[in-house]
Design a protein around this ligand. Structure first.
Ligand SMILES: C[S@@+](CC[C@H](N)C(=O)[O-])C[C@H]1O[C@@H](n2cnc3c(N)ncnc32)[C@H](O)[C@@H]1O
Length: 281
């Protein structure tokens, strides 16, 4: 947490606890309205209102402050978020890299911390590609890619109806509805029914993406690329992820070759969310 926020908390939170105020929090939204999402350490729980007030005093655009009361859970990868201050309406329009994403963090997955990863994907895309984003949420990856590459088309499959509803709004908001097609449903049902193959397939579901490889691999054109996300230890980030893809490819009668990898973000101490880029033949 910034020194300015700690300054605001002086005299309101005991001096010995000031150093345990969270060092960072997420702000989703824009200048016209935002939501702060914060993880409050146990010893500071009785001061959560003071912490929220300090955040709102420093960030005038923060309308609501939500406390992370759990890790990401369930099929939709949602946290339990509790309103500790401000407006109960937590829908925002988040601005990032010239794109706008409407969403409610209580209803859908979205991470501001993945903006750099979205940029990396945008850089890898080649003109004219046809792309499939599985597990697409409110469609931030699909929209970033389509905005930057005017000749590219993207199909985005998401199972959470709220996330899909926002995805449909977001493609309109970003004027890419002619090239980004959000589809509501389980990738296991939707992908086989798409009846075409893609130059690039993304699997941004680190928890359990390997269980969907048999669905994803047949969707990749020969010579296309599969971006597979996984959790892995810091000292051996890509080995298990690439092995899972190579083995699933062999079972599907395909061949997979490792062509790149990225440590995307720190998930927990010494465990990274990683991406492996696999050429599929
Ligand atoms: C880690 S989130 C990523 C969302 C999005 N790609 C983003 O970057 O914001 C994974 C998403 O996959 C969705 N999901 C989980 N299982 C699914 C399935 N079987 N079919 C389609 N979507 C699924 C969840 O609802 C969630 O929105």
């Amino acid at each position: 947490m910034s020194n300015t926020i700690r300054q605001h908390l002086k005299g309101k939170v005991p001096e010995d606890l000031l150093s345990s105020t969270p060092s960072s929090f997420d702000i989703l939204g824009s200048r016209s309205g935002a939501v702060a999402v914060i993880e409050i350490p146990e010893e500071l729980e009785s001061y959560e209102k003071e912490i929220a007030a300090a955040i709102q005093a420093v960030h005038g655009n923060v309308r609501s402050v939500l406390s992370k009361d759990s890790g990401r859970e369930g099929e939709y990868r949602l946290r339990s978020l509790r309103l500790i201050a401000g407006d109960p309406d937590t829908e925002v329009i988040h601005k990032e890299s010239g794109c706008r994403f409407k969403l409610d963090p209580q209803l859908t997955y979205f991470s501001t911390r993945e903006s750099t990863e979205r940029e990396r994907i945008v850089e890898m895309v080649q003109p004219g590609e046809d792309i499939l984003v599985m597990f697409s949420g409110v469609s931030p990856i699909a929209i970033c890619v389509a905005k930057k590459h005017p000749g590219v088309t993207v199909t985005a499959v998401e199972i959470n109806p709220e996330a899909h509803r926002y995805a449909v709004e977001n493609v309109k908001l970003n004027k890419v509805s002619d090239r980004v097609k959000p589809v509501l449903g389980d990738v296991r049902d939707i992908c086989p029914s798409l009846d075409k193959l893609f130059d690039r397939v993304l699997m941004p579901l680190p928890k359990g993406a390997h269980m969907f490889l048999a669905v994803a691999l047949p969707m990749v054109k020969p010579g296309g690329v599969l971006h597979f996300y996984h959790w892995a230890p810091e000292d051996d980030p890509y080995d298990e992820a690439q092995r899972l893809v190579v083995e699933a490819a062999a079972e599907a009668g395909r061949r997979a070759e490792f062509i790149g990898g990225e440590k995307v973000s720190l998930y927990s101490p010494r465990v990274y969310k990683v991406r492996v880029d696999m050429l599929i033949r």
